[in-house]
Design a protein around this ligand. Structure first.
Ligand SMILES: Cc1cc2nc3c(=O)[nH]c(=O)nc-3n(C[C@H](O)[C@H](O)[C@H](O)COP(=O)(O)OP(=O)(O)OC[C@H]3O[C@@H](n4cnc5c(N)ncnc54)[C@H](O)[C@@H]3O)c2cc1C
Length: 458
């Protein structure tokens, strides 16, 4: 099996070819320079070009298209809550701004498919189904839905399913119930980035790859020997932000791993019974998310080594054997005796702010905008953030430019070694809580998990 090599989506046989991009070979001037060519940066470029085609917009990507989380993710494009509602409700718009953003996310899923084209990004609609397989998980699923109702999420957006109904959607072992929402498409992440880059370029933006920005100042970027002079600068580097001067403790690069199996046989699929295109996940504290790929594999994500000391990031997504085993154990536990074989595993980083919630932080005097912090929910969120960024940069007052996500970057993470101990300690605490809950007869969430939630401010 293959480990690393960025991701299965990017390097599998028959993977799509990237659209052609430029190499920066001289100093340039532009209206807007965007650092980071993932979904966030590309959506900003696309949205600016839609609003004002006469603007010169440049995207600077350090590596290649799809190198970051945008080319490595699990392919869920959902309207799941992005960020922590309580944290976002502290902004000027209060709770109403949070519930409005929730509704906007639901529309956004369909808008993205309409813009990019379902066939171009392999978008398959099925919703998401979050399985509950212990008493504690069922109780937590009920609480999760009850909490969502308090934030105006109604039955048509999210509901509980009985064990029987959940089993009809997927034949996982030990089902006690599930949460289901119709608001999710499973997509091919790399097709999505490539398609968006093509549309942004067709609309007039210029995308440079192999263009690592080594200096960021208002109005001026350095890319190796060259200068990019820009009226406005956007920084959309998500999980890679910590390597920039002064940003080390702003966003935690949290590691997230993925694995795809070899294609399953028709008999194996019959056993699994996953006929809808649902994204399937768990209510366990150590979360997993999964999808059925168009070529008949299970793609599953979660687990892995959560955090590298000093906010370092991986190189090319290499994962260790323990991560492969732990993801395969999840599949074996869901479908005992299935006999699925691992084909490719990799990892990437998501950007997590101290309050686990997204931000668009615009300094209008410096004409510098920083954005991100989707904490692993960026496929739909990056689209709305991109639209919001374009409105902020062009001075257009809109629902998005005044939304709950438009706020200063939250307070910093703790210095090392506290950051390392905390991030890895939480993961251990949640794994232990899952084990204790599985062994207990109670339906109460373990005290360890409750303390961890409180400390993490989740
Ligand atoms: C394994 C995994 C699974 C995930 N699964 C899901 C999922 O199923 N659903 C979902 O909604 N979200 C998921 N996510 C999160 C989602 O992929 C991200 O939220 C989203 O892609 C963020 O996009 P971005 O453009 O902000 O960041 P990225 O895609 O990380 O892009 C940032 C880019 O900036 C570039 N860069 C960094 N520094 C510089 C520099 N100095 N100069 C120039 N360029 C630079 C990087 O090379 C990178 O390409 C997952 C993430 C991972 C890692």
């Amino acid at each position: 099996m293959k480990r690393g090599d960025i991701s299965f989506w990017l390097t599998r046989p028959g993977a799509p070819a990237p659209p052609s991009t430029r190499t920066l070979a001289q100093d340039i001037d532009c209206d807007v320079a965007i650092v980071g060519g993932g979904l966030s940066g590309l959506w900003v470029a696309w949205a600016l070009a839609q609003q004002n085609p006469s603007l010169s917009v440049v995207v600077l990507e350090a590596e290649r298209l799809g190198f970051g989380a945008s080319g490595r993710n699990g392919g869920w494009m959902s309207a799941k809550q992005v960020g922590v509602r309580r944290a976002l409700a502290r902004g000027a718009g209060g709770t109403q701004a949070v519930t409005q953003m929730q509704d906007r996310l639901e529309q956004a899923c369909t808008e993205v498919v309409d813009i990019l084209g379902a066939d171009e990004i392999d978008a398959r609609h099925g919703g998401w189904t979050q399985l509950a397989r212990t008493k504690n998980e069922l109780r937590r699923a009920e609480n999760y839905v009850a909490e969502a109702r308090r934030w105006n999420v109604d039955e048509s957006s999210m509901r509980l399913m009985s064990a029987e109904e959940a089993y009809e959607r997927i034949h996982a072992q030990g089902l006690m119930g599930a949460i289901h929402s119709p608001h999710n498409y499973c997509v091919d992440p790399v097709k999505m980035v490539f398609r968006l880059a093509s549309l942004a370029m067709e609309a007039g933006a210029t995308v440079y790859t192999g263009a690592r920005v080594t200096g960021i100042e208002p109005g001026r970027l350095r890319v190796g020997r060259h200068r990019v002079n820009a009226r406005q600068v956007v920084v959309a580097t998500e999980g890679y932000t910590a390597s920039q001067p002064g940003q080390r403790r702003r966003m935690l690069p949290l590691n997230s791993s993925m694995l795809v199996t070899e294609p399953l046989t028709p008999q194996q699929w019959e056993r699994v019974g996953w006929e809808h295109h649902d994204g399937v996940s768990a209510t366990a504290h150590t979360y997993f998310h999964s999808e059925r790929t168009p070529d008949g594999r299970i793609a599953i994500g979660g687990r892995g080594r959560p955090y590298r000391f000093g906010s370092r990031t991986d190189r090319n997504g290499v994962v260790d054997e323990a991560t492969v085993k732990s993801l395969m154990r999840v599949i074996d536990d869901l479908f005992p005796g299935l006999g699925a074989e691992p084909a490719h595993a990799w990892c990437g980083v998501i950007g997590v702010t101290r309050d686990w919630s997204p931000f668009l932080d615009y300094d209008s005097s410096a004409q510098l905008l920083r954005m991100g912090g989707y904490a692993g929910q960026g496929l739909t969120a990056s689209y709305l953030a991109g639209l919001a960024a374009a409105d902020l940069l062009t001075g257009r007052k809109s629902f998005l430019s005044t939304s709950a996500w438009v706020r200063p970057v939250p307070r910093r993470w703790e210095p090392e070694p506290l950051r390392w101990v905390g991030a890895n300690g939480f993961y251990l605490a949640y794994s232990l809580a899952d084990r204790l809950e599985a062994a207990s007869r109670s339906d109460k969430t373990s005290v360890i998990a409750r303390i961890a939630d409180k400390i993490a401010a989740r």
